[in-house]
Design a protein around this ligand. Structure first.
Ligand code: FMN
Length: 307
């Protein structure tokens, strides 16, 4: 099935809604470069923040999307009203109970997406009536499942639904985009490859930690350290720093002293302890770039592109 019209972009590429790095600036830059840029909304943001970032993303009539965390809508019930009012080109609602928000968005004529990480997730997404499925493998950055890798998940999902499917998790450049298009995906949903962009939010020290990183780890260490109310079934993939290695596998023993040490490191920008969420592809990031360059790189996957 064809993606909704707003997703038929020059480059079949959606920049993932990453709460933190993906504000209006990144979304606008990706969309003007030929993809579709999305804003990632953390539950502790106010609706005024969403409106402000949406105005930046949508400047000059540029299309953009917004990504909500389903479990966060209980904590910030006004987010859905705000997003319905803003009418972005695409709204994703992932990780948690999204059937009711999807119903409301679709009723308002707004195309919806959700990220699936398992066959059972796919069944739930189809039953909820989402318009676009994102098959997100465990290689991906930030939160989600680590049950299946992108390639087996993508093949399974493509074999079970006629809905448009975007592949996510570990897609770094034109090679990965070409591979998932060849498999039958409508495009790629990419987070980590945009983290080094000048338009992505993040301190210079956090970006330096990304450029130096080679290895990621998956789990709940940082959620326990930050006391983030993520449902247990969705762990996070982040740069595997010394703090992660120390506490992985014994998160439930993480005590107040460790939490204090963690909090102090976040304030100081000490990324041997503080967290930076990123997918396995972080090893390919070497230095600051721009969203236009990243999108142009992905465009080399297109058959019409002069290599
Ligand atoms: C720093 C970071 C923050 C993220 N935040 C969100 C989020 O707020 N909402 C969401 O639906 N997905 C979020 N994700 C997951 C992405 O939507 C996507 O699944 C992932 O980036 C794809 O894998 P990749 O990072 O290998 O490209 C985040 C990912 C990263 C790296």
């Amino acid at each position: 099935m064809q993606p909704p019209p707003a997703l038929r972009t020059a480059v079949p590429l959606i920049s993932a809604p990453m709460a933190g790095p993906a504000g209006g600036r990144l979304a606008h830059a990706v969309s003007t470069a030929g993809g579709l840029g999305m804003i990632g909304v953390a539950p502790d943001r106010g609706s005024d923040w969403i409106r402000r970032e949406a105005a930046i993303a949508g400047a000059g009539g540029t299309a953009y999307g917004i990504g909500l965390l389903a479990w966060g809508l209980d904590l910030a019930p006004d987010h859905l009203d705000t997003v319905v009012e803003l009418r972005p080109a695409l709204v994703s609602v992932s990780f948690g109970e999204y059937a009711e928000p999807v119903r409301r968005l679709r009723e308002a004529g707004i195309p919806t997406a959700t990220q699936v990480g398992s066959p059972a997730d796919l069944d739930r997404a189809v039953a909820a009536g989402v318009d676009v499925i994102v098959a997100r493998g465990g290689e991906g950055g930030g939160h989600g499942r680590d049950q299946m890798a992108t390639l087996p998940l993508l093949q399974l999902v493509l074999g079970r639904t006629d809905l448009p499917v975007y592949a996510a998790g570990g897609i770094l450049d034109h090679r990965g985009l070409a591979a998932v298009l060849a498999a039958g995906a409508a495009g790629a949903w990419v987070g980590t490859a945009f983290l080094g962009c000048a338009e992505a939010e993040g301190t210079p020290a956090a970006k330096a930690a990304l450029f130096a990183a080679e290895k990621t780890g998956y789990g709940r260490v940082f959620d326990v350290a930050t006391q983030a109310p993520w449902p247990r079934e969705f762990g996070g993939r982040a740069v595997a720093n010394a703090f992660f290695e120390e506490w992985q596998g014994r998160e439930d023993d993480l005590d107040d002293a460790a939490r204090d040490r963690f909090g102090a490191a976040v304030t100081a920008g000490d990324f041997s302890v503080a967290h930076v969420y990123a997918g396995q592809g972080v090893a390919a990031l070497t230095g600051e770039t721009t969203a236009a360059d990243v999108v142009a790189g992905f465009a080399r996957a297109l058959p019409t592109h002069p290599a």
